[in-house]
Ligand binder design. Structure first.
Ligand code: ATR
Length: 269
């Protein structure tokens, strides 16, 4: 029987996830259908129950439901518990469900495996302290950077995250203007790109060997990618690869098989 999966969100019509998962399924000869399901903003609980009762085997979760799903699910991975957000749910045959978060693994795979960026023993600057930033902190710290600096417009939110994750590595908080020193990797996890803005960080944080990564992506360069190119950094990478890698990890959780991601990233470009 054909297994069913979906991505839920609002809005959801332009999601690339169905195309990505169908490409994985074709590669690995998996009999599944993956759809995009629009869930009313005030109807998450009913939406989850409906999908599970319709026999869906799992779902991905996107904006604006990741934190709400986290609140609704009792069973979740340690990584998801700390991330405060869930992007992948497994619906078990016994009616129970299990939540995980593959965003951070997706980011690290894109950086390390696809772009050959070293994270261990390097200084990383993470811009933003919202849900997107929080979701990637633990996987980044697992790579043992020499330091992870969280910089945010609202400094208290950066400080809260630094406190929350302090037992997992060397993590510090900062405002944008007073970030000190140079960084090997700068990751933009703010939503400033949506407004075409770049956080007001000092030019001195980037050096010619720095890698800049925007967790967002678009048809044209995001404001942060433009900033990175203007500062002549070694690599300026958008978040399309992260999107495919987080999907691949979700696919693995559901199907126990690892798709080849390179060909799927190339076809989406
Ligand atoms: P997400 O789930 O995408 O992380 P969020 O939780 O609302 O969304 O967080 C948005 C992040 O982008 C926050 O770090 C926010 O900064 P504040 O905490 O100070 O609000 C940041 N952000 C949004 N617009 C920004 C802008 N124009 N300049 C700098 N930071 C911005």
């Amino acid at each position: 029987m054909t297994d069913r999966y979906a991505v839920i969100g609002n809005p959801i019509a332009h999601s690339k996830s169905p195309a990505i998962h169908h490409a994985f399924a074709e590669q690995l000869d998996q009999d599944l259908v993956y759809t995009a399901e629009l869930i009313p903003l005030d109807g998450l609980k009913e939406g989850l129950t409906k999908l599970q009762s319709q026999g869906f085997k799992g779902i991905n979760v996107t904006v604006p439901f990741k934190e709400q799903v986290w609140q609704q699910l009792e069973n979740k991975s340690d990584q998801a518990t700390l991330a405060g957000a869930i992007n992948t749910v497994i619906f078990n045959d016994d009616g129970s469900s299990y939540g995980d978060n593959t965003d951070g693994i997706g980011l690290c795979r894109d950086l390390v495996d696809n772009h050959n960026i070293q994270l261990s023993d390097h200084r990383i600057l993470l811009l933003g302290a919202g849900g997107a930033a929080r979701g990637v902190i633990l996987p980044l710290l697992k790579h043992q950077p020499s330091e992870l600096v969280i910089a945010n417009r609202t400094v208290s939110k950066a400080q809260n995250l630094a406190d929350l994750f302090s037992e997992f590595g060397n993590i510090q908080a900062s405002g944008f203007e007073n970030i000190s020193g140079q960084f090997d990797v700068i990751i933009n996890a703010t939503s400033a790109s949506i407004q075409g803005q770049v956080p007001p960080i000092p030019s001195t944080v980037a050096q010619p060997t720095t890698c800049c990564y925007d967790m967002m992506y678009g048809a044209s360069d995001t404001a942060f990618i433009q900033w990175a190119k203007a500062h002549k950094v070694s690599q300026a990478i958008d978040g399309l690869g992260m999107l495919v890698e987080q999907a691949a990890e979700a696919f693995y959780l559901w199907r126990g098989l690892r798709p080849n991601t390179q060909s799927v990233i190339a076809s989406l470009r």
